[in-house]
Every structure is written in structure tokens, then in C-alpha cells.
Write a protein that binds this ligand. Sequence first.
Ligand code: PXL
Length: 281
Amino acid sequence: MLSNGQKRVVAIHDISCFGKCSLTVALPVLSAAGVETCAIPTAVLSTHTGGFQGYTFRDLTEDILPIVQHWKDQKITFDAIYTGYLGSTEQVDLVCQAIDMLKTENTLVIVDPVMADFGRLYANFAPDFPKQMRRLCEKADYIVPNITEACFLLDRPYHDGPYTPSEIESLLQGLAAIGPASPILTGVYYDARELGAACLEGSVQTYLGGKIDVIFHGTGDVFASALVAALMRGLPCGKAIEIAVEFTRQSILKTLEANPERRYGVNFEAALPALWQMLNA
Ligand code: PXL
């Protein structure tokens, strides 16, 4: 923590230059919450890979450890390490090393195992990628998979929702057994009316908001970034999840006010004042 009480996070994700996900979401959301946010860009893409053809992809794998080493030399420390989309198994290995190098006893590690949705791995990922991502999850304090990612991490079959409370509990128990991390499962819904996220606090706790039946790209990053922001602002995990669910919902509602294109991401910018209010209530 800085002497003025400000928390400092490092976000380790790609930067998709267009399409509102990964670093172009993490940086503004965390900054708007008052959290200093440093970045290790793992790759530069012209757009994200979900719904665009012909995107550029500049791999920055070789830069990851030199950036970390320079920070170590400068004695720069972090209150949290927040990882998201990683482009290869090699990057997973290097990010595991980066965590070992940067983590102190006061550093919270949040891993969003970005790799899949709606039962399918994203483009570019080999079938064994979930096994590699599982190794990174073992290093985390919190993991934030959606239901598809949870199924891939646990090598279980996926089906579309709605889900039963016992299915959600079984997934959460399976995720909790991966390592020390507390799992936060997103995309949870028990009926057509509400959707949100669930965690284990003794028993399963579910935080739901009104379900909006439109799917936009990047909402996982919007959720996880707001969650990290709320945790850094010192809120308990349940409250942080509640805020992240509501911020994601508000972002989608703001998007629907215009003429939205699914792959262009959500208007989270318009929901930032609401995030600030929720964080300071
Ligand atoms: O929002 C997750 C994400 C991040 N980065 C890239 C992606 C995706 C999802 O498709 O393609 C490059």
C-alpha cells in the first residue's frame, strides 16, 4: 500500500486495442475506483478474438519477466496481482514465475482463467490449455471462472443453464479443491429471471441481479475488474461480488440504450459513476 493508503495492482492481460476487454477494461475500471493500476501487456491485438476476422497479434512473451525483474530491482511492490487472458502455455509458465517473484505476504492474487464461454474454448487455445490454466489457478487467492471455464478446469461436461443449486455447489467444491484459492463462479442462474455469481462462504452464497437476455463480449473482464477494485477498497468478498454483479448489469443496460453490437463490448464507462457510488456507500 502507498503511504496515502492507495492500493497498487498489477494487471497482467493482453491489450486488445479495439473491443473493450482485458487491459482496456481493467485499467479504467480500477483507476476509476481509485486504485493505482500497473500493467504487463502480454500481447497487443488489433481486436479481441471473439467475432473479428484477421486481427493482428503481437506476442510480448519475452517482455514479461524483464518487466518484473526491473520492478523487483526498483523495489516496487503490489497489493494485488490480477491476471486475465494469456495467449499460450509459455505465458502461463512465465506468469506463474512472475507471481513467485512479485508476491509478498500482503499481495492478493486474483486469477481470471479466461479461456472459454458457452461450452467452447476461445479461438487459439489447444485442448490441453485448461490443464495449464489450472496450474496458474493453484497460485491464486481468488479464481473467477465462468461456468464453461469451471467445467474445463475440472474436466467435467458443460451444459447451458439454468443450473440447480446442487450443480453450482458441486462446481464450487471442485474448484475449491484445485488449491488454496476461493472460487467465485460467474454466469450462475437458477431460472430465467436472475443471473449473477456465487462463492462458498461456509455454504454457497449467490448474488443475483435481473437477467438481461443479451450477450456481450467482455462482460467477464468488466465483472472481474470491478471485483478486484472492490476487494482493493477493503470490502468483504460477498459485498465485492454484489457490486461486481450490479456494475456488470448496469454496463449492459447502458449498452442497450444505444444500438449495440455484441462484439464491441459494453458501455461500462457510463456505469463508472454507479461503481464509485457503490464503492463509497
Ligand atoms: O474478454 C476476454 C478476452 C481477452 N482478450 C482476448 C480475447 C478475449 C476473449 O475472446 O480474445 C484477446
